[in-house]
Design a protein around this ligand. Structure first.
Ligand code: ADP
Ligand code: MG
Length: 470
């Protein structure tokens, strides 16, 4: 932990979070040798904190005093930023917290966002220490640009916030399978790609999406008239390592027109009722009371037949109200959260709206990406901007030859994949989508981190965060 301050001068202050294990493990050294001297030269005050374990950054941002910092800078790969964004979104004051300017200095093995920022500034493609130096320079310039976030709902009902991509098939396989070659840095992806082309496999799945070209989808969803909430998910952990016992989050999948706000509750939760695990009966109602006296009781008005479900191993239970009964917390109490409602999405177990499109296919890969780069040297979606409100869906359908696939990846490396003229390669722009794997066994990643395998859906929330782009 290092600090540098310039007493008496009004300065910008940046908090740097460094992951000593990212990339080839040289983040701290690179930070000291390259980043800190640049910040000092620019007269920027900083404090540097080294993460000690996975989820440490998530925990640190819970107690972060927003007013003390002009920027939160991740010196790592994309994984640490993903953790930080989800940490900020788990705060009771997420709406302000997520507006803290976020910076990235590439010290990981993926570094997609750093490559993208470099690209957005119009700078020529650079790699390694040159990229790192450029990004440190952009921090000093300090201008921000809005950053879209994508809200992801997984099969377990978890809600995640993603800034980069959701991948299934080829891309996620390479990402996760090449973890053991970490010491190679970015070269691990090249090696993984070649290995995967050699042993090519396909996945059957169904993809549904809301194309951006159809206007008025929000109005249509409202006209469909589902104005009640049917399911909700307690997605916090009462004392699991991730949430450090401090927060239970209430997240509901809501349809348009839902009357009740998203809610979450701080505190270590215990249920005060004596539910025995049997299916809820007519007339059942439930409430939760935190043993932590600072937290208000969990109560509120719910609609008939609502289900409140928790995948959390500690809380692990389902509640159902059947009498418009009480469950929830005062919406204005402390610690009530959780991100903007997903107004474009039905529930994950419900049919897609009629104006969505759908296809069922065998895929080599399905990639939803909302930045230009998938790695510092992989310009996957040349048209993507951080604040265009668009999810770029890239599909590579089965039937593509190994040669064509190799050509596709070589074009990618040069950012020319839009020119690839193959009936098997498809580019779609959407605002929301649902992905349903139709065969068992596979890897899905969100921002390069593996999540539970199964159906998931996502929608974009334009301009939710802010990104330092210089
Ligand atoms: P890379 O691009 O090299 O994968 P990331 O930034 O994606 O780098 O980080 C990879 C993972 O390392 C993240 O999931 C993060 O939570 C985890 N992590 C952060 N700090 C530590 C640490 N001190 N020890 C081990 N893992 C850590
Ligand atoms: Mg990573």
């Amino acid at each position: 932990r290092w600090k540098k301050s310039f007493p008496g001068r009004p300065q910008r202050r940046m908090l740097l979070l460094v992951n000593p294990c990212s990339g080839t493990g040289r983040a701290i050294a690179r930070c000291r040798q390259i980043v800190l001297p640049i910040l000092e030269e620019a007269g920027i005050e900083y404090e540097l904190k080294v993460t000690e374990r996975q989820n440490h950054a998530w925990e640190m941002v819970q107690s972060l005093r927003l007013e003390e910092w002009d920027g939160l800078v991740i010196v790592s790969g994309d994984g640490l930023l993903y953790e930080v964004i989800n940490g900020l979104m788990a705060r009771s004051d997420w709406e302000q917290a997520i507006k803290i300017p976020l910076g990235i200095v590439p010290a990981g093995s993926g570094n997609a966002l750093a490559g993208a920022v470099n690209h957005y500034t119009g700078h020529k493609r650079v790699m390694g220490d040159n990229l790192l130096t450029h990004l440190a320079f952009l921090l000093c310039k300090g201008a921000c640009r809005p950053l879209d976030l994508v809200s992801v709902t997984t099969s377990l009902g978890r809600r995640l916030f993603s800034f980069l991509c959701i991948a299934w098939g080829f891309v996620s396989d390479v990402d996760i399978e090449s973890e053991r070659f970490r010491l190679l840095g970015g070269a691990r992806f090249t090696l993984g790609t070649l290995a995967r082309i050699a042993s090519l496999r396909t996945y059957r799945g169904r993809l549904s999406y809301l194309p951006t070209s159809i206007p008025g989808d929000r109005a249509a969803a409202m006209a469909a008239g589902r104005n009640f909430i049917r399911s909700a998910t307690l997605c916090g952990q009462s004392d699991g390592p991730k949430l450090a016992g401090r927060r239970a989050a209430m997240h509901r999948n809501m349809s348009d027109g839902a009357l009740v706000e998203e809610m979450g509750l701080a505190g270590k939760w215990e249920s005060t009722d004596d539910w025995d695990g049997s299916p809820p009966q007519e007339g059942y109602s439930s409430s939760c009371q935190s043993p932590d006296s600072e937290t208000p009781p969990f109560s509120g008005i719910w609609q008939l037949g609502e289900t409140v479900q928790s995948p959390d191993p500690v809380i692990n239970r389902t509640f159902m109200t059947s009498n418009g009964g009480e469950l929830g917390g005062k919406a204005d109490g402390p610690g009530l959260v959780y991100g903007p409602p997903d107004d474009l999405l039905p529930f994950l177990d419900e049919p897609i709206p009629q104006h969505w499109r759908q296809e069922e296919n065998d895929y080599v890969l399905v990639l939803a990406i909302y930045q230009s780069h998938l790695a510092a040297d992989l310009l996957f979606s040349p048209l993507a901007l951080p604040d265009d409100g668009i999810i770029h869906l890239w599909l590579v359908r089965a039937g593509i030859s190994r040669r064509a696939l190799l050509r596709f990846f070589m074009a990618l490396a040069r950012g020319r994949n839009l020119n690839v003229d193959s009936p098997h390669v498809v580019h779609i722009t959407a605002r929301a989508f649902r992905l349903e794997p139709l065969q068992p066994g596979g890897i899905i990643t969100v921002d390069g981190e593996q999540v539970e395998y199964g159906p998931l859906q996502a929608q974009i929330h334009p301009h939710l965060a802010r990104l330092i782009v210089g």
